[in-house]
Each structure stands twice: as C-alpha cells, then as structure tokens.
Design a protein around this ligand. Structure first.
Ligand code: GLU
Length: 445
C-alpha cells in the first residue's frame, strides 16, 4: 500500500471530518518511512488501527438558563488510544466543537502524551456550548448536566479529563464535584483541580511555561536565547498567560495578544500588572481583547486582524486550530522571524507549516511544544495517587526536565542531513513508535 492509497482509505471513512483528516495526514506522512521499515507494524496493521478511536461517546446535554428557557448541547468524549495508559486529555467548551474537532484533538493527544514519557493514553472531550455572557449559575448547571452522563465513562484508572478552551478551574470544580457526589469517591479523576482539592502547583501556568522551555531549547541549539527578543502571541487565555510570564522572566518582550475581536499591540511590552489583567479579561466571559487597549494607553487595538503582521523575532500562536494561514506565514517570513512555536493545538495550516519549514525557520509543532500542560497533569495524577502535594519548585523542575527531554527526542528523530531539525517529523516519530510498539505487544485488542 502506498501513502496515497492509505490516505484514500482513511478519507473514505472520514472525509466529512476535515480537521481530523488534516491531523492524520500530518502524522502519517512523517511516520510512513518508519512504518515501511518495520514489518511488525505492517503485520499488526498499526496505521489503520491507530487512526481509529477506540471508543466515541456522544450525548445530549440539556440545561436551563436563568430565564427558565431550556437548551440542549452536544457532549462528546473520544477515547482515542489507551495503549500506554488511561485515556487522558482535556474537555473543550466552544461553539466550534464537533466530532471532527474532538477526533483530531484526541488523535494529537495520543502522540503528545506519549512524548511526555508519562503513562497516559489519548482522549478528548467537550461540547458545542457557548459560555459567552453566561452566568455562573448557568455554567454550573451546564457542567452538572454534562457530568451526569460523562461520569459513567471515566475514572482515575480509565479516563482522566482536564481543561481546555472554555474549561478552567471553575468548570473543573463543578464537574469534579458532581462526579464525586455521584460516585461517592474522592479520586484524581480530573486534573487541573484547585490546589485545595487535589490540584497541582504550576498546572495553571504549565502549558505556557512548557512552550517557552521548549522554544528556549530550540534557540539554544542555534546559540541564542529569549534575551532581547520581540515576541508576538495570539490569544489571551491560560496558555498565553503562562507563556507571557515565562518570556518576561527570560528577558523577552511580548508585544501582542489577541482575541476573536482583533489584536492589541503594546510596544511597551505586556509585563507586570498587565499580565494579571489578562486573567481579569478571561474571567469577564466576554471573549474580547479590546478592553486591554481601553485600559492601557500604550496599547493599540487592531479590530478583526491577527497579530502575525507585526515585525517580531518569535511568533507563538496560543489560540486555536488553523489560526495562522499562508498569508500570515508570508508576513512572518517577510519580517524575518527566527522561530514559530505552536502553543495551541494545530494552530498553523499545513501550507503555513510547509512555507515556514521551506524557509528553514525554526518550527515547533503543538504536540511537542505544548505538551507541558498534560505532562503536569500527569504529575498531578502521580501526586493524587500518592496522596501528596509537591511544592511548586519540584513540579517546575520536573516540567522543565520533561520539556528538555521532548526537545531531545525531536532532535534525535528529526535532524535532517543538512542539519535543519524537522521538529514535526521528530515529534511524530518519537510519539508514534512508543504507542505502536505497545499496540503490537498487546495483540489485537
Ligand atoms: N487540554 C490540554 C492539551 O491539549 C491539557 C490536557 C490535560 O491536561 O489532560 O494538552
């Protein structure tokens, strides 16, 4: 079978799922030579099996708003692969959630979790719920209704959800609390919990910290660092917030953040109390970044635009899938950026990645660069199993070591004959081999 024949076969089953097909193509094309060189993978039909989720759960989530009106949303949990550990991955509440998005995220999560070196399989869940403008009571009722179905499918040794877009500490609190009540057990069934009830130190910052640790390693290979670098960031959520903090700490200057309404450019740098203000913006439930420019006169707001037109040294998309396209990549190339790090899941279109790599610009795929979030979730699971709570320094140290290890794995599997490191290939091969080997070892289950 050729690569194209394989992709045609996958497309015949999933052609109506564009995000999932995009993620599959990117992984399979980079592991194809490993597959061809490993008879065992062919014997066990690993590729066809690895693109098939082990279980997909879809359910109705009925809830009542503050006016007494009844709504219904679609809830999902895709339990993608459990070859190396219990299903693990976040829950996303966003109107763009559908089965294709859930499957692409669960598929990516499988390889990301494998890269962390911790024993976690891949999963993802969510609902097409729009939290914008919703009251706290409405969010709570929604989370409870969501959990009234999901609780029977998860467990600390089965499937451990966490946060993602639209799901933070508050939502996890409502879901975890409801699970605890239904099952009558206090277990580590969720990660991203509050510190007072089993959460890990550093988990809120972990994805952003990890992204910056990974980028620092890439720069180090080139004999460079964050010192004095201008950085463009998109989004203003949890990932962006963690990344901004760590970039400031390492001597870089973040000049942009963005929202669905446009982006802000702050030539003075986003530091000090402005970083704390990002959490206020997020808590307002408005999904609007313009308020930042109203509050800080040093900032300019560009409605309806993306920050990739701003001249910077490093670009870090932290928002959502396919937020950086061909045109944006061309702007970044024209502005001679040295590094593009994906902090969101699949934020760059395939064409944008190809352009950046052809220009020999450093490029880090999300499944490697943003793995610090789920890695720290893995550390939270360890603490919960041990009924212990580690100090922040210990968690941070472990996280830093894991990110360095992921970088090294990418370097080992992705270095090209001309010395350019293809981090996409490196991450995919390193993540894939471990899962594929485990699947072969366990036979046809
Ligand atoms: N949603 C995050 C991700 O995309 C974190 C998942 C987790 O902590 O389980 O990796």
């Amino acid at each position: 079978m050729t690569f194209n024949e394989f992709m045609d076969k996958v497309a015949a089953r999933n052609s109506h799922e564009p995000e999932f097909m995009q993620a599959v193509k990117e992984v399979i094309e980079t592991v194809w030579d490993v597959y061809e060189a490993t008879p065992r993978y062919q014997q066990y039909n690993i590729l066809e099996r690895i693109v098939e989720p082990e279980r997909v759960i879809q359910f109705a989530v009925p809830w009542m708003d503050d006016e007494g009106k009844v709504h219904v949303n679609r809830g999902y949990r895709v339990q993608f692969n459990s070859a190396i550990g219990p299903y693990k991955g976040g829950i996303r509440f966003h109107p763009s959630v559908n089965l294709s998005v859930m499957k692409f995220l669960g598929f990516e999560q499988t390889f990301k979790n494998s890269l962390t070196t911790l024993p976690m399989g891949g999963g993802k869940g969510g609902a097409d719920f729009d939290a914008r403008g919703r009251s706290d009571g409405e969010i709570m009722r929604f989370c409870h209704s969501f959990m009234a179905e999901l609780y029977r499918h998860i467990g600390p040794n089965t499937d451990v959800p966490a946060g993602d877009i639209g799901v933070g500490r508050r939502e996890i609190g409502y879901m975890f609390g409801y699970y605890k009540k239904l099952v009558n057990e206090f277990t580590g069934v969720f990660t991203g919990k509050g510190f007072e009830w089993g959460g890990s130190r550093i988990r809120p910052e972990a994805t952003g910290f990890g992204v910056v640790y990974f980028t620092e390693e890439m720069l180090k290979v080139q004999g460079d660092s964050f010192k004095g670098k201008r950085v463009a960031i998109s989004g203003f959520g949890n990932v962006a917030w963690g990344a901004v903090q760590k970039i400031n700490e390492l001597g870089g200057k973040v000049v942009t953040i963005s929202g669905p309404d446009g982006y802000i450019l702050d030539e003075d740098g986003i530091s000090g109390e402005k970083v704390d203000y990002m959490t206020v913006l997020r808590a307002s439930n408005n999904d609007r970044v313009k308020d930042y420019a109203d509050k800080y006169p040093s900032a300019k707001f560009f409605p309806g635009k993306r920050p990739w037109e701003v001249p910077v040294d490093i670009a870090i998309p932290c928002a959502t899938q396919n937020e950086l396209n061909e045109e944006d990549a061309q702007n970044l190339i024209n502005n001679k950026i040295m590094c593009l790090t994906e902090a969101a899941n699949m934020p760059c279109t395939p064409k944008a990645i190809e352009m950046i790599q052809n220009a020999k610009i450093l490029f880090a795929p999300g499944k490697a660069a943003n793995a610090g979030g789920v890695a720290t979730s893995g550390l939270e699971m360890t603490q919960n199993s041990n009924r212990l709570s580690w100090p922040a320094e210990k968690v941070n140290q472990e996280l830093h070591a894991i990110m360095k290890g992921i970088h090294e794995a990418c370097r080992t599997h992705g270095t090209q004959p001309d010395g350019y490191i293809n981090y996409v290939k490196g991450a995919n091969v390193a993540g894939f081999v471990k899962v594929a080997n485990a699947m072969c070892d366990m036979g046809l289950i």
